[in-house]
Design a protein around this ligand. Sequence first.
Ligand SMILES: [Zn+2]
Length: 226
Amino acid sequence: MRMESERALIAEYGRKMSAAGLSHGTAGNLSIYDRQTGWMAITPSGVNYFDITPEDIVILDLDGKVVEGKRKPSSESGLHLGFYRANTDGTCGAVVHTHSNYATTLAIMGEPIRAVHYVIASSGTHEIPLCEYVTFGTPELAEKAVAACNGGKAVLLANHGLVATGVDLNKAFSLACNLEDVARLQWQCMCAGRMNVLTEEQIQKVMVRFKTYGQTTALDGSLNGY
Ligand SMILES: [Zn+2]
């Protein structure tokens, strides 16, 4: 079986994603990209995350052709492939797509995720941009989402959800969790009618600190635990 360890990781993180409340039922999807072979391992379409086994994961090449797998790949395979194709410096090794509640609420309101908490700096940008509404599973959505992301690590999809990327699946998943927390804080502040948003300069300083924070010497400025 090809990409065996990646298949196991995706099955494990699918359960983590459901347990963390980032997705319900069959919503959302996860992938890992192997730059050496040019293959992507991705969750299958329409299978509950608690039931997914490594054998259910589908392997596709960068053109979306099935390399290995019995299942139908996620309907958002093109969205995931779009991010890997656009990434030239090797910093995008995994993509997590969720319909998590608070991030999606802001995406419905037409609001980007703003710097209401310093952990947004783990995305590498001062705010998470919003991609206009496009029908799910279409090449147009992939194209517009990658363009709206503009080289950052995450983007909101209007009336749909969130895409978070990272050098590996753990980083992409952590970012999706952090952004859901920030989105929730922002939504609460919006309900209360007041919020102080950190400036780009303040977030830049946090990014510098993240690079030397804790046990990791992550070159991409991301963090786990803060
Ligand atoms: Zn979706």
